[in-house]
Design a binder for this molecule. Structure first.
Ligand SMILES: [Zn+2]
Length: 154
């Protein structure tokens, strides 16, 4: 097994465990994470949370809701598989509160609020990987650096 495949196998199990903690049902986990029933059963056995305890997505914290709504991809993206608004913005719900998934990812990664909107630069619109999201400040810094390197191109 290559390092990449071994690493993905670990990440997939971590994703399944996070979805289990957030209360997701086996059918939903299979659909959202594209894993087999055997994998889910295996991770449930290890985490001690049997499928009879699953009550559907009812996260107890924002962090639990976030990690219960993502899927690691082999090329380094963190795909949002949770809810999306009608105009395409990923969001997370804890109790009655709706939060932007990108904002949540940024806060979890940096421990502070971003400057301005947070957007993925990697080309995958639903990516919420901490390294793939930039706030306005980071985009401005990047723009200055790119202009210094390549000149002022439109
Ligand atoms: Zn990405």
């Amino acid at each position: 097994m290559t390092d990449t495949r071994a690493r993905m196998a670990v990440l997939v199990r971590a994703d399944v465990a996070a979805h289990i903690r957030a209360g997701r049902l086996d059918d939903d986990i299979r659909r959202l994470l594209r894993v087999t029933t055997a994998t889910i059963r295996d991770v449930r056995r290890q985490s001690g949370v049997g499928h009879r305890l699953a009550r559907g997505f009812r996260p107890r914290s924002l962090e639990e809701a976030f990690w219960g709504s993502v899927r690691h991809l082999p090329d380094g993206h963190l795909l949002w598989v949770g809810d999306v608004t009608a105009d395409g913005h990923p969001y997370v719900q804890v109790g009655k509160h709706l939060r932007s998934a990108r904002l949540t990812a940024y806060r979890l990664a940096h421990g502070r609020a971003p400057h301005g909107p947070v957007l993925p630069w990697c080309g995958l619109g639903l990516c919420v990987d901490r390294e793939h999201l930039l706030d306005r400040h980071a985009r401005d810094v990047l723009a200055v650096a790119l202009t210094a390197l390549y000149g002022d191109t439109p």
